[in-house]
Design a protein around this ligand. Structure first.
Ligand SMILES: [Zn+2]
Length: 62
């Protein structure tokens, strides 16, 4: 019984939050606006859905 329950817990956690295999931290998905320079030299803003965990949070929240 105990084994079955822990398996259920794991499945539910996976549905609600994704875990990074590298840092084992929770991955949060946020909309992140990124400035992209076009070939013409103009700046364009693109909204990208980024998954953030401890591995890349410093890069995203500069
Ligand atoms: Zn990570």
């Amino acid at each position: 019984m105990a084994k079955k329950q822990s398996f259920m817990d794991k499945t539910q956690k996976k549905k609600n939050a994704r875990t990074c295999p590298v840092c084992e931290g929770e991955i949060q998905f946020v909309k992140h606006v990124r400035a992209v320079k076009t070939e013409a030299g103009a700046w364009k803003f693109r909204t990208v859905n980024t998954g953030i965990c401890k591995c890349n949070e410093k890069e995203v929240y500069k």
